[in-house]
Ligand binder design. Structure first.
Ligand code: SF4
Length: 416
């Protein structure tokens, strides 16, 4: 049986090793289906069910006991799946509990103000998830109930094929295979597939293989099992092959290619940005604005920002000139110097931290934090709203701004 599997998989690899063109990809997918069908009809049933049985058995002994497991409520499953996209379970756990406590059903979420939803998401990152959740909740509330078809679930804002498959299999028992990063890894290694997972051909191939391997009688259990298996056993950096129930039939292990799989074709291009955040302080108030436009941290709040083409931490007089333009301060032309605080009467400027590196998926934000104290009669900053410092905690902010506020307000142990 192991040999048959090995044989089938070798054909898949061979068919696919030269795959460069669309037509070849199409043929390959047909070929894979035929191979798997062949395996399924003759001796393959054993291979398929053995794979699923071993995963499910492993899951029974090692699966994680999580608060969103064991429910068939599509709303709870939806929230947990969205939180867990790009987020580790350990981090997402508390957010899920807090989120469900405040928004226990889709109608409560739909009625909430978006600022409050964002505040509950603060620190999780990838904030478009929260905006989409909120928008989708409103459309569900309008329709009167959560969709009960795969197409209906897939049509919700922010729900892709993976999330729709998870919701439909967990909540409704539909035979839909989930394919997330964990599943890609397990399948690529177990079947020795080196087709890049981030290509159209790769996505089609893995979707088809996942579908064929799905235990259609137990889709929810199988999906949870393979996801946990990828997260805990067949991990990216140090899979525990020594104690793996699939080791005997694992092609990557047999070929000593575990570290090389799965393959990704494209490397993420990372761009650098340079932020100078200035906390403007006057008579117990500061100034913040909501970020808008198609950029990072949309709808989150931030203090005065001067973004520059390059790092200005060693060239603060240039920053000061830009600040003067924004604040219309005429004095202190050449007074800004390293370590100098008083610029002119009633105006103090100081650097709080330089070279803070904030890494996002496609960007590195190089940031300098400053404080600018102005006379008490300074009340207006174009484009920013004036808020009392004690009310800052009410606004949803990015992790970077949270770090800044904590630093300047000395709130290291308090929630901003
Ligand atoms: S043997 Fe190793 S690489 Fe293969 S499925 Fe198990 S943990 Fe993953």
């Amino acid at each position: 049986m192991g040999l048959l599997l090995y044989f089938c998989t070798k054909i898949i690899i061979k068919c696919h090793s030269d795959d460069r063109r669309e037509e070849e990809s199409r043929k390959l997918l047909v070929g894979v289906t035929e191979i798997l069908r062949f395996a399924l009809d003759d001796t393959g049933r054993c291979i398929m069910s053995e794979f699923a049985d071993k995963l499910i058995h492993w899951y029974a002994e090692n699966g994680r006991d999580l608060p969103w497991r064991g429910t068939k409520d599509p709303y709870r499953i939806w929230i947990s799946e969205i939180i867990l996209q790009q987020t580790r379970v350990a981090q997402g756990y508390d957010y899920y509990i807090r989120f469900m406590r405040r928004f226990p059903d889709v109608f409560t979420l739909a009625e909430a103000d978006e600022d409050e939803v964002m505040k509950h998401w603060q620190g999780l990152g990838y904030y478009s998830r929260a905006r989409n959740l909120h928008a989708a909740a409103r459309s569900v509330a309008e329709a009167g109930a959560f969709p009960t078809t795969y197409e209906g679930v897939l049509s919700l804002k922010g729900v892709g094929e993976y999330t729709a498959a998870a919701i439909c299999s967990f909540a409704y028992g539909m035979p839909r295979a989930v394919v997330d990063g964990n599943v890609y890894r397990v399948l690529a290694r177990w079947m020795g597939i080196d087709t890049p997972i981030d290509t159209t051909a790769g996505k089609k191939l893995f979707a088809q293989v996942a579908d064929e391997l799905l235990d259609k009688a137990r889709p929810a259990l199988y999906n949870q099992a393979i996801m946990d298996f990828g997260a805990l056993q067949c991990t990216p950096a140090s899979p525990d092959c020594m104690h793996c129930p699939l080791a005997e039939s694992c092609l990557a292990l047999a070929q000593d290619r575990v570290d090389a799989l799965p393959v990704k074709q494209h490397r993420t291009k990372v761009t650098d940005r340079f932020f100078n955040y200035i906390y403007v302080r006057a008579s117990g108030h500061t100034f913040i604005r909501k970020r808008t436009g198609n950029d990072i941290w949309k709808n989150l709040y931030e203090p005065l920002l001067i973004e520059t083409e390059e790092d200005l931490s060693e060239n603060e007089s240039t920053l000061w000139q830009k600040l003067q333009g924004v604040l219309e301060i005429r004095e202190g032309e050449n007074k800004i110097r390293e370590g100098e605080s008083k610029i002119c009467e009633g105006v103090y400027f100081r650097s709080l931290r330089k070279g803070v590196r904030h890494v996002l998926s496609h960007r590195v934000i190089h940031t300098n934090f400053y404080e600018l104290r102005l006379p008490d009669d300074f009340h207006r900053l174009e484009g920013y709203q004036r808020v009392a410092e004690e009310d800052l905690h009410k606004f949803a902010v990015s992790n970077l701004v949270y770090q800044f506020f904590s630093l300047i307000l000395g709130l290291n142990n308090q929630k901003v």
